[in-house]
Design a protein around this ligand. Structure first.
Ligand SMILES: C[S@@+](CC[C@H](N)C(=O)[O-])C[C@H]1O[C@@H](n2cnc3c(N)ncnc32)[C@H](O)[C@@H]1O
Length: 623
């Protein structure tokens, strides 16, 4: 995407925010906006503004983090301590002295505009209380603290800050103005009531009025120059006559505004200049009524005067009361190409009466009213066509009786002054442009700085979260470690028990093997539990085939049906021991008399847990 496409997309995106949410960021500097919006785009994985717009429409929750990203809330108590020291030592004493017309101390109204999470408002509250004492502070001072960001205002209203946030407050002030509980420092409740927090958009909303001290720091610098000028003119209106405005250290646009004059420009503190009404017409300062023309006393003096007049480098002509040319000195004759024969002609017949400028009406007025007229910087090429400028003065000549007897027109060459002024203006304008560029770079630097600071704060939070997750993981790890150790101990025990069981099983097995009789153990459901080696030898069924099979389902050469009833009797306690001999067939198909002994298998509580069947071939005395 090229640069133009991207900036058009950004404009479309800003328009959408304005129309859908009423948030107008079009007055903010594009570089910052671009960076802040793109930061969110990266976080949600949007490739361009269009994609991000789609995302926002599907996820309206995204508005909040987006606004948080654009409205940078970096702030601190006593931010720029030197500036606050000046406020405390030079401004506050002047505010404290404010009086009503009847001489009573009057209320003091302060506005912290763009107050973020409130640190600035509480800073001025502490300084005002230091100057006035608590009682007078509560009685006289109202601090309006406003911001466009509701979330920041919620934090400001709470007035509770962490160790880290209060670290810039001098210790004695922190102790005097904050209640400390746990890890929180809360600004004193009784004083907090004098601070009124509210949402206010400096660009769109009407300003709060009759303010004595307006603190709006590091807020205007996010806006473009036009918006800053508009906001400053509203803020001018907000201030009382002689009220002060206190800006951030990178905010210098105000220095060029005629509406404010510096109080301490280094600390960006200015005072409101009252705009004057239209001044009435007044005679120019220093103007003195004309002295009466002196009596002509001596001829030498007369000729000296004439000589001086005629040789003066300033072009002059004299007209009589009938507005005829009476005299013109050498410079005038030369400049306006007048001939000596023009002396005595009506002024209106001469070119000079209208070139370089219309003079006839001025001459009549000067004679009629007895006042001079000054016409400044009149261009006239003169004879050699070089661009020259003249200040023209038409002055009435009044005799000792107060009678207007003529007029003198003087043409003072101001070409050099004019060229110098033009050069000066050009240099000044260059200087202003450089200054503006410098200021805009300065503001850009400051906003970037704040962005960095806000990113650092976010990183610190993430880091703290990671640290706490890490701590949790470590505890979990230790818990697992100990569980593991317990499991290992249990495992060792099980292993030992298992070995013991194996031994016991081997022992039982060897007992069973060494018995002459075959043994079958049945559970109460008549399923085979134990099937000895001898049973296999006798019936040809292996232990693993027999185990778990119902006794009546065993396919062996034994009349199992005949045994079922006595087995049940043993299980239900009717019998404990039962013996019988049946005809059976062994695994080889040989028929024999099988002697069977049934025993009830009992546990410690004497409850029947099964039946033990012992089987062996009955030996007759002759067998
Ligand atoms: C960087 S903070 C400055 C806080 C404090 N004034 C300071 O200097 O420490 C800028 C504040 O201006 C607020 N802001 C931005 N645009 C605003 C507007 N149009 N109206 C009011 N406040 C605005 C932001 O929400 C943010 O809280």
């Amino acid at each position: 995407m090229n640069r133009n496409d991207s900036s058009e997309e950004l404009e479309a995106f800003l328009r959408h925010l304005k129309e859908s949410r009423g948030f107008d960021f079009t007055a903010y500097k594009r570089a910052t906006l671009q960076r802040r919006v793109q930061r969110r785009m990266a976080q949600v994985g949007a490739q361009d503004y269009g994609e991000y717009l789609d995302y926002i429409q599907v996820h309206p929750d995204e508005f909040e983090p987006l606004f948080n990203s654009i409205l940078i809330n970096v702030t601190s108590f006593f931010r720029d301590p030197d500036a606050w020291a000046f406020v405390a030592s030079a401004l506050i004493p002047r505010l404290v002295e404010l009086r009503t017309p009847s001489g009573e101390p009057r209320p003091i109204r302060i506005w912290s505009a763009g107050c973020s999470s409130g640190e600035e408002a509480y800073t001025i509250a502490m300084l005002m209380t230091e100057a006035l004492g608590e009682a007078a502070f509560k009685e006289r001072v109202k601090i309006y603290a406003t911001d466009i960001d509701e979330e920041a205002l919620t934090a400001a209203r709470r007035g509770s800050y962490t160790d880290q946030q209060v670290k810039d407050i001098p210790e004695e002030l922190r102790e005097r103005y904050f209640e400390h509980a746990g890890s929180e420092y809360s600004f004193k409740k009784e004083l907090r009531r004098s601070i009124i927090f509210g949402r206010h958009d400096l660009i769109q909303d009407a300003p709060i009025s009759r303010i004595d001290l307006l603190i709006t720091r590091n807020t205007l610098m996010y806006m473009n120059a036009d918006a800053q000028t508009r906001v400053l003119s509203r803020l001018h209106y907000a201030l009382n006559g002689g009220g002060f405005i206190f800006l951030g250290k990178a905010e210098t646009l105000i220095a060029r505004s005629p509406n404010f004059e510096p109080v301490e420009s280094k600390q960006r503190i200015f005072a409101k200049v009252m705009t004057a009404g239209v001044a009435g017409e007044r005679a120019p300062e220093g103007w003195e009524p004309m002295k009466p023309v002196e009596e002509e006393t001596a001829a030498p003096a007369q000729s000296l005067r004439e000589l001086s007049f005629s040789s003066s480098p300033v072009a002059q002509i004299i007209l009589d009361a009938n507005i005829r040319l009476v005299s013109a000195n050498e410079a005038a004759l030369d400049l306006f190409a007048l001939a000596r024969s023009d002396i005595g002609r009506a002024f209106s017949e001469l070119d000079i009466s209208f070139r370089p400028i219309e003079l006839r009406s001025h001459v009549s007025d000067a004679l009629k009213l007895g006042v001079p007229f000054n016409l400044q910087s009149i261009p006239f090429p003169g004879r050699n066509d070089a661009g020259r400028w003249y200040d023209v003065q038409v002055a009435p000549l009044i005799d000792s009786g107060g009678q207007g007897i003529g007029a003198r027109i003087t043409f003072i060459d101001v070409t050099m002054a004019r060229l110098l002024t033009e050069e000066l203006e050009r240099v000044q304008s260059d200087l202003e442009t450089t200054n503006e560029e410098l200021q805009s770079s300065n503001e850009e630097l400051e906003t970037t700085n704040e962005e960095l600071q806000s990113t650092v704060e976010e990183l610190e939070t993430t880091n703290e979260e990671l640290q706490s997750t890490n701590e949790e993981l470590e505890t979990l790890n230790e818990e697992l470690h100990s569980t593991n150790e317990e499991l290992e101990a249990a495992n060792d025990m099980l292993r030992e028990q298992s070995a013991e069981l194996d031994q016991a099983a081997a022992f039982v097995e060897s007992v069973l093997t060494s018995m002459k009789a075959a043994m079958i153990v049945l559970d109460p459901g008549l399923l085979v539990l134990t099937w000895s080696q001898r049973a296999e030898d006798l019936w040809g069924v292996r232990p693993n085939e027999a185990r778990g099979v119902h006794f009546s389902n065993l396919d062996i050469g034994l009349p199992v049906d005949r045994l079922l009833q006595p087995i049940r009797d043993c299980l239900n306690g009717r019998l404990e021991l039962f013996e019988l001999t049946v005809q059976a067939t062994n695994r080889r198909g040989r028929s024999f008399d099988c002697r069977i002994t049934l025993n009830t298998l009992k546990d410690k509580e004497q409850t029947a847990r099964g039946v033990v069947l012992l089987m062996e071939e009955e030996r007759t005395p002759d067998s």
